[in-house]
Design a protein around this ligand. Structure first.
Ligand SMILES: Cc1cc2nc3c(=O)[nH]c(=O)nc-3n(C[C@H](O)[C@H](O)[C@H](O)COP(=O)(O)O)c2cc1C
Length: 197
């Protein structure tokens, strides 16, 4: 698949077949996280793979009762080592870089999973302390995203996306960027250089 096809056809999947994820696919997914950019190349994200049924149920409970999460054969919990990132970058490291590093790793993994025929979903609504207890995370390790992964039972229709004109500005906030965009609101907009300005 072309990169744009991978990006635009990925959907959040919340229902999974009772079918395990092949180990070689899991390795590819984890390896894609390793290649995500990190602030200063610090690489202070950590990834916990959870397959055990009881632990998946506990994590689903910690995600404010989103029990569909437990139907995924595996969960990857993306964590940041806050002590290191805080020591290097201070407040901006703890409040911003840690979250950005984790989100980029999560997106890499979701796109890789999708390209391998798997479904996933970013989950960030959870009780942090509960997740830390279930996974025996040390104090300084902060869970930031939970990604259930498995074979989808169905692919949902693409949800609404705002069009480019309403989210992109030129030079200054509020100043229209795009005079002409080919494509539609529901599909990707392909910009041709000569069509800008
Ligand atoms: C930071 C963040 C937190 C999210 N948390 C949840 C969540 O707790 N539960 C859930 O079902 N989906 C969650 N999602 C998935 C979004 O609902 C989903 O990406 C959005 O509806 C767009 O759908 P799409 O991913 O299929 O394009 C989260 C997404 C992001 C980026």
């Amino acid at each position: 698949m072309d990169i744009l096809d991978v990006i635009t056809s990925r959907r959040s999947i919340r229902s999974f077949l009772n079918k395990p994820v092949e180990e070689e696919k899991l390795v590819k997914i984890l390896d894609s996280a390793r290649w995500a950019p990190t602030a200063g190349n610090t690489q202070e994200c950590r990834f916990i793979v959870v397959k055990e049924q009881a632990a998946r149920m506990q994590i689903a409970e910690a995600c404010l009762g989103q029990f569909w999460i437990a139907s995924a054969p595996l969960l990857i919990i993306v964590c940041a080592k806050m002590d290191i990132i805080g020591a290097i970058y201070g407040e901006i490291g703890r409040k911003s870089f840690a979250f950005m590093d984790s989100a980029l790793a999560a997106q890499n993994m979701m796109l890789m999973a999708h390209s391998l025929g798997l479904g996933s979903c970013m989950v960030a609504s959870f009780e942090e302390e509960y997740v830390k207890r279930v996974l025996s995370l040390p104090e300084e390790v902060k869970p930031l995203a939970i990604i259930p992964i498995g074979y989808p039972t169905q692919i949902p229709k693409p949800p609404y996306r705002k069009n480019l004109e309403s989210v992109v500005f030129f030079e200054q906030y509020g100043k229209m960027w795009i005079k002409h965009v080919s494509g539609t609101m529901s599909g990707p907009a392909f910009l041709k250089r000569e069509e800008l300005l």
